[in-house]
Design a protein around this ligand. Sequence first.
Ligand SMILES: NC(=O)c1ccc[n+]([C@@H]2O[C@H](COP(=O)([O-])OP(=O)(O)OC[C@H]3O[C@@H](n4cnc5c(N)ncnc54)[C@H](OP(=O)(O)O)[C@@H]3O)[C@@H](O)[C@H]2O)c1
Length: 394
Amino acid sequence: MQPVKIGLIGFGCVGQGFYYALEQAQLENVSIKKIVVKNPLKERSIASNNFTYDKNEVLHDAEINVLVELIDNAEEAFTIVKTAMENGKHIVTANKKMLAIYLPELLALQKKYQVGLLYEAAVCGAIPIIQTLDRFFANEPLASITGIFNGTTNYVLTKVVQQNTSYEQALLEAQQNGFAETDPTADVQGYDALYKTVIIALHGFGVVLNHKDVLRFGINTLQQNDLKFAKENNYALKLLPTIHETDDSKITAFVLPRFITTSNVLSQVHNELNAVSIYGKVSTQHFYTGKGAGSYPTGAAVLADVAALQNNYTYTYNKLNAKTKIAFTNNAVIKVYISGNNTKYLAQFNFITELETKSNEAFTYKIGTIRITDLKNILEDNDLNSEVFVAVVD
Ligand SMILES: NC(=O)c1ccc[n+]([C@@H]2O[C@H](COP(=O)([O-])OP(=O)(O)OC[C@H]3O[C@@H](n4cnc5c(N)ncnc54)[C@H](OP(=O)(O)O)[C@@H]3O)[C@@H](O)[C@H]2O)c1
């Protein structure tokens, strides 16, 4: 596809990073024709004649063949992307929330209008994980994928567990450094990691997950006593989304914090760094790490997608299109640590086996095995989300 004329929508953290990456790369026959932004009062780092406030200028410009969507609103982004696809434009996006929520619609639109839709930047920033899963692992069945998919929570957990920084201070630093989402609740409550898990499940296992079916718990209810537990047991604490095969050849997925031993390589991934650990049934262990967020790393991933489109690369979706489909289940059993200040709440968790209970003044924790579906139901059916902290424990 040549030449590439880009309509860029969004010139915030990632939009400016992409602009910079494109300037550095000086790709032949690739240029930005117009940039759409929202706020006419905002000062811009480049000349004002680059901008418009009317998305239709880009969506209905026949010369623009690639829309790079980098806004911070999933619903608006979907409307924009849908119109652009209907108008025959290829899409590059970093919007994991839009992708996870509208995945079936986007897959259908892609097929119907025969346009490319690439989204490397949406998952783990500069780690080229989607192309790796889609190409290298196109045919190999996987046993599991886990990792650190969210830079903000990893930054906060690194600071609070290893450096005794307060939770609030660590979160503020993540925002100031530009790797927290505009609204950091999506990060700390695990939604951001959940959206990425949905995208990874698509390419790694060929499964279209409904994000509402996946158990999710974040780090926002973490207490000093949980940190004490980590220290006393020499654990690192990470938010580790996990997708793995079950004994009955289905897959299960969950987004939970996890206490891991320091021999686990993921414990060495600090601050805003991300990591992905894949276990292939043939090739065995793989480990990738890199910058998962921020202006330039994410901008570099957007650039890689634009260059891929120029070379007519679109995802193969090999596993999605495979004859044998893998089913999703929440019936698997996991070993968890659940803590809180009120034993009334802790009593509601129906452990299969209780392995350990410890109380210290008003604080209690329990460790035991529990079925994912039971844990998910309890956390969703009651107002327990803010009363307990839940983590997988190795
Ligand atoms: N930040 C990261 O490290 C990171 C990493 C991976 C993926 N992402 C994803 O990348 C996307 C962009 O994130 P960001 O951090 O760059 O956000 P951001 O800094 O808040 O920038 C958002 C940009 O979108 C523009 N915008 C918002 N609504 C618009 C609309 N309706 N029409 C036109 N322009 C609109 C804003 O315009 P104004 O400038 O006029 O306000 C701004 O330029 C999000 O989907 C995010 O999840 C971000």
